[in-house]
Ligand binder design. Sequence first.
Ligand SMILES: O=C(O)CCC(=O)N[C@@H](CCC(=O)O)C(=O)O
Ligand SMILES: [Zn+2]
Length: 345
Amino acid sequence: MNTGQLTDFLTISRANPHGLAPSQHHLACGSRIEVWDSGVLYLEPASSQDVSSNKDIIISCGIHGNETAPIEMCERLLKQIVTGQLVCQQRLLLIFGNLEGMNLAVREVDENLNRLFCGEHAKGQISNNERRRAAKLEHYVSRFYQARSTAIRLHYDLHTAIRASKYEQFAVYPYQASNTYSRRLLAFLANADIKTILLSHAPATTFSCYSAQYFAAESLTIELGKVAPFGKNDLSRLACLHASLKNELNDSEWQPQPLALNKLRVFKVCQEIIKHSEQFCLHFSEDVANFSAFAPNSLLASDEHRCWCVGAQEEVVIFPNAAVAVSHRAALMAVVTELTDKMLN
Ligand SMILES: O=C(O)CCC(=O)N[C@@H](CCC(=O)O)C(=O)O
Ligand SMILES: [Zn+2]
């Protein structure tokens, strides 16, 4: 690739999904860009040795190939950086995840990439598109964060949901064994007008859990509305997040507005419904919106040897999907909770 082609980085990556040759480029602002692989681009600002460049930021999108709105937003962000409209002052790793999935307009080609992190890709004898990609992405994340240990490590993994959501944009906060959460990360979300947070109940093999667990990154899966094909997204719905990311990248002095905890709507996962066999079925319509509520004791799902019901308190459903692979999660159930000052660090 030559420097003039950087604005077409995604198009070129999609045309060469199996390994774009590494290349180096210099921008007029002094930043250096390195293409590490198809869909994986590293930016080092001229100021990377200054104390002001104290954040190492990963922005990933398209881990599911058909979740196009964040892919389009990231493409815009990259064009703004390459053309000099946005000067990126922080180390950045930009990842377009599942390029083959994008080309086929599917969520996954062989397997769900977002279940293959934390070494899951290496289990068993299987080799496929997503397993190879997960292994490579783990390697790039490690290379990026391990280059220095003094920076604040951030990871925003951007998605869209299969169905509509009662709260259109929300974040899944990876499991925190300490039960403490980053005040700054939550303030960033609120600043991006994402005020619904789902706290995970257990470690998972998702991308955001990987960076959180292995590198102590402040990471989130961020859901940005309902899935739509390329060209059919209303990117104005992502304008707030786009603006916050630009501030995060560009202005080293920038801080989100102080967090008002009472402005957040917080849920905590209380049960995970796993599909154990092909007999699995959900006992409600699959097209209910995320965060739809179910009354105490309602029957939710059944499988060969068990069923799942709501507990003694009302629960909401997130990501219901009976079509997932056997052994994968078919829905999350959550209850309303609160974050208190004591739980923030
Ligand atoms: O809408 C759906 O059913 C799935 C949307 C999606 O891809 N969500 C992520 C969430 C990851 C997490 O729990 O952090 C996923 O299922 O991989
Ligand atoms: Zn997704």
